[in-house]
Write a protein that binds this ligand. Structure first.
Ligand SMILES: [Zn+2]
Ligand SMILES: [Zn+2]
Length: 242
């Protein structure tokens, strides 16, 4: 399977690429304010970058929750059927990280994706997989924004880890917004939401921006497993901490 290259782009990809380069120009021209503290000068000042809530071991080996000591399963994931073997994230989804994710998702600030990829590749071990893929965009929202954050992060990580990036997962149906839904509903909301785009490679890592309940990652992993993947890892920039 080919990932979308420079040539052979569909019109929708070209227009989203145009939108992305327009954003990049704006990104360079507009005066920057730190997303953490509002100070002028940089999209994230040195102090706020230093202060990002990085996740440090020990973790739950399965879902990546920070724990008091290393465990194979934790309170958060015990008893849950998870189609992935491990989930890793660089930072906690709190404080300035929320601003970083919003700036990158809602405003398409490109340099934040680079920053996120730097933080992930520093904190997260290179996945033991053959291919990276990403949680696919919800059609309407990604078209409106003209870019797709999880794919951008996957591509940045693919460069750093020297792993190919392929669109292996598709949405089986539109999914209501996860934000604001209680845990049980999040799981119901995304169950069966994804299908593999074809036969999946034996080992894959799914990249997404934020791991909240794990429901989205588990659903995408499950689609890959059904399509033949034996090992699915999950990598996200941020992780909600409960
Ligand atoms: Zn700051
Ligand atoms: Zn766990």
């Amino acid at each position: 399977m080919r990932s979308s290259g420079e040539d052979g782009a569909k019109p929708a990809q070209r227009s989203s690429r145009r939108a992305a380069s327009f954003e990049r120009v704006l990104d360079l021209l507009l005066p920057q304010r730190c997303l953490g503290c509002g100070a002028g000068g940089a999209v994230l000042c040195a102090g706020c970058l230093d202060g990002l809530p990085r996740l440090v071991a020990p973790f739950c080996a399965r879902c990546g929750a920070p724990t008091a000591w290393p465990v194979r399963r934790c309170r958060e994931c015990a008893g849950r059927r998870l189609a992935f073997v491990s989930a890793h994230a660089a930072v906690a989804y709190e404080g300035a990280v929320r601003g970083v994710v919003a700036g990158w998702k809602e405003r398409g600030l490109r340099r934040l994706v680079t920053l996120a990829a730097d933080l992930v590749s520093e904190a997260v071990p290179r996945p033991e997989v053959a291919v990276l893929c990403f949680v696919p965009p919800d059609g309407d929202r990604s078209l409106r924004r003209g870019h797709h954050p999880a794919e951008r992060l996957a591509r940045e990580l693919g460069r750093r880890w020297e792993l190919p990036v392929e669109p292996l997962v598709r949405r089986a149906r539109p999914v209501a917004r996860q934000r604001g839904l209680p845990l049980a509903e999040r799981r119901r909301n995304v169950a069966g939401a994804f299908v593999a785009a074809g036969r999946a490679p034996a080992s894959v890592a799914v990249v997404d921006d934020v791991y909240t309940s794990g429901a989205t990652a588990a659903s995408a992993a499950s689609a890959l497993r059904k399509a033949g993947a034996r090992r699915v890892e999950v990598v996200t920039f941020a992780r909600a901490i409960r």
